[in-house]
Structures are given as structure tokens and as C-alpha cells.
Design a protein around this ligand. Sequence first.
Ligand SMILES: Nc1ncnc2c1ncn2[C@@H]1O[C@H](COP(=O)(O)OP(=O)(O)O)[C@@H](O)[C@H]1O
Ligand SMILES: Cc1cn([C@H]2C[C@H](O)[C@@H](COP(=O)(O)OP(=O)(O)O)O2)c(=O)[nH]c1=O
Length: 206
Amino acid sequence: MTRACFITLEGLEGAGKTSRLADLKAFLEQRGKTVLATREPGGTTLGERLRELLLAPDQGSMAPLTELLLMFAARSEHVARLILPALEAGQWVLCDRYVDASYAYQGGGRNLGAAPVAALEALLPARARPDLTLLLDLPVELGLARANRRSAADRFEQETVAFHQRVREAYLARARQHPLRYCIIDAAADPDQVQAAIERAVERLL
Ligand SMILES: Nc1ncnc2c1ncn2[C@@H]1O[C@H](COP(=O)(O)OP(=O)(O)O)[C@@H](O)[C@H]1O
Ligand SMILES: Cc1cn([C@H]2C[C@H](O)[C@@H](COP(=O)(O)OP(=O)(O)O)O2)c(=O)[nH]c1=O
């Protein structure tokens, strides 16, 4: 039996992470895996409460470091209570956003840089490092247009195009720094093509 894997989906708003995660869960279950699908910020009761604070449009701005620390507070709870126990029980874990989102949004979008994110990441256990990160990449305007069609804008979706451009660039820089872990997927393509590319990438872990 192969070891349970930890797979993260990353990308801009509207990239298709939520839709593809559901299909990927079904694909893995067809292969006989038990799968936990979860998201960040969130996943636990406390994490979902922190998510509400972090995303509420009427929250207004917060200091970038406060935002980063709240993301990691939610993540610490998520890792300890959900992700590690699932992996240790042999379940595959699929997570809609994870540490790389902090590099992209707080490090890149909010201009904090990578150092504070790396310092917090170092506090997480080694087993909580993803085996594969699927970066659903697409132009900013396309992602925001899709996200706006879906629902009212949250605190991040209200940000400028320039903010989201920095987020995208920070994600692509992470992918260049971690070429073995990352797989960049063209998320502007049709859903079927995106799903096929994801399944090819995941097949290597099976
Ligand atoms: N490849 C695609 N082409 C066109 N529309 C898509 C594609 N993938 C997702 N969508 C649509 O875009 C919107 C955002 O998708 P979603 O999965 O919620 O993205 P995310 O979780 O990355 O923000 C949804 O309305 C979804 O149906
Ligand atoms: C996990 C994480 C998320 N975020 C942001 C990115 C998203 O805008 C938001 C989560 O919203 P979410 O609804 O999950 O994103 P999407 O619209 O793509 O489905 O939180 C960070 O800024 N840093 C982080 O570490």
C-alpha cells in the first residue's frame, strides 16, 4: 500500500480550485483511496471562525502581519486536529489552499516578503509538507471575472488587479523554487482539460 499523500490546490480566486478538488476527490476514491477534502483558512471550528474574520468585506484592512498570523493560527489548528491525524490514519488529504497561499497573498500581495512566512512555516511538522501542489494558473482578469460571477466579493476579491498580479507572480516564483513539488496547470482551459491535467499529475503518486 502506498503512503497517504498530501495534495494542495493553489491559485487565484476563480481559478477553479473548489470545482476541481471535488472531481479529484472522486477520482482518488475510484482508485480505492480514503480522502479528506478540506480548505484554508478553515477546516476546523476555530479555523472557520477565523476565516469569517479574515474574509468579511466589512472587516476593513488589517496590518499585513496580523493577517499572516491569523492565517497561521487557523493553519496550526488545521494541521494538529485534522491534517496530521488524517495522514497518520492513511487518508489522502486534499487541501484548497495552504502555506503557499500565505507566500502568495501575504508575502507577495501584501508585500511582506517570504521571510516571515518561512519563519512560521518552520514551526509546522515535517509530515505536514505537501507531496504535490497543483497551481491552477490563469490571467488575473479571467480569475476575477469568474469569481465575481460566482458570489459577492470578499475582502481579498475586493483588492486591486495589481494586488492579484503580485499574488500570481509570487505563486509562479514558488513554483520555480520548488519544481519537483509543483505542477503548473493551465486553468484558463476547459474544465475537462484542467481535470485531465490534474489527473495526469496525481497519477504519478499512485
Ligand atoms: N475551467 C473553467 N472554465 C470556465 N469556468 C470555470 C472553470 N473552472 C471553474 N469555473 C467556474 O468559475 C467559477 C469559480 O470556480 P471555483 O471552483 O469556485 O474557483 P476557486 O475555488 O479557485 O475560486 C465557478 O462559477 C466555476 O463554475
Ligand atoms: C490560506 C490563505 C488564504 N488566503 C486568502 C486567499 C483567498 O482570497 C481567501 C480564501 O478565500 P477562498 O474563498 O477560499 O478563495 P477562492 O475565492 O479562490 O475560492 O483567503 C490568504 O490570503 N492567505 C492564506 O494563507
